[in-house]
Design a protein around this ligand. Structure first.
Ligand code: TPP
Ligand code: MG
Length: 215
């Protein structure tokens, strides 16, 4: 990182932390459609068992998760610090099998999900109680935001990932699955998912608006 980049970087991080703290006290936006990621994480936090484990691989929505959810126990949170994607769902399945008494919530982006969707078959096979929350913003949101940050815009080819039926794919691997397009349908889907004795996938249409990378 160049010295000039470095000078701007740390104040940006500090600003993000201050903004995130302010957001934590702000009311959750209760828009029916498109659903805000903050509303998704607030709903999960209200519904999940207090000893459940969170595995996060939703690049654009990490800040919303940390704003709306609290990690309450050791081993209660997993996140790949180095930035590679595709580990989230397999990690969640492994963590649940290793901790049979704890339910696991895997919050994954629609892009990252496709790197290792087949891990859901393993979850079905071993009856792993993983609730897979897909934050579907129809593509590689963080790469679009990176394009904006680098001044090349977010219209680069290959960043839109539309028209994939997560429910059909999950059911094809033997899992229960729900699609949520409106906020009113979120809580009933989460209730069923957290009552299930096996893996359940909940694919949620979240706001696809590209937020600035450092905001
Ligand atoms: C193994 C690997 N391949 C590619 C990338 C580049 N990459 C970073 S984020 C991302 C897409 C993320 O999309 P999604 O999971 O939907 O997250 P969001 O839309 O919330 O940003 C890709 C392809 C990577 N980090 N690791
Ligand atoms: Mg995405």
């Amino acid at each position: 990182m160049s010295p000039s980049r470095s000078r701007g970087y740390w104040p940006s991080c500090l600003k993000r932390a201050v903004v995130a703290r302010a957001r934590a006290h702000a009311a959750v936006e209760q828009r029916e459609h498109p659903i805000s990621a903050h509303a998704v994480f607030a709903a999960i936090e209200a519904k999940r068992p207090s000893d459940s484990v969170v595995v996060l691989e939703a690049s654009s929505h990490a800040s919303a998760m940390h704003t709306r959810m609290q990690i309450r126990s050791p081993g209660g949170f997993y996140y790949a610090g180095v930035g590679g994607i595709g580990n989230g769902l397999p990690c969640a399945v492994g963590v649940q099998i290793a901790n049979p008494d704890r339910r696991v919530v895997c919050a994954v982006g629609d892009g990252a999900l496709l790197y290792s969707f087949q891990a859901l078959w393993t979850a079905v096979h071993y009856k792993a109680r993983v609730v897979v929350i897909v934050l579907d913003n129809q593509g590689y949101g963080v790469l679009k935001a990176s394009g904006d940050y680098l001044g090349v815009g977010h219209g680069q080819p290959g960043l839109d990932v539309r028209g994939i039926d997560h429910v059909a794919l999950a059911q094809g691997l033997g899992a229960s699955a729900y699609r949520v397009e409106a906020l009113a349908d979120l809580m009933p889907a989460l209730r069923d998912a957290f009552e299930s004795q096996g893996p359940t996938l909940v694919s949620i249409a979240v706001d696809p608006t590209i937020a600035p990378l450092l905001s």
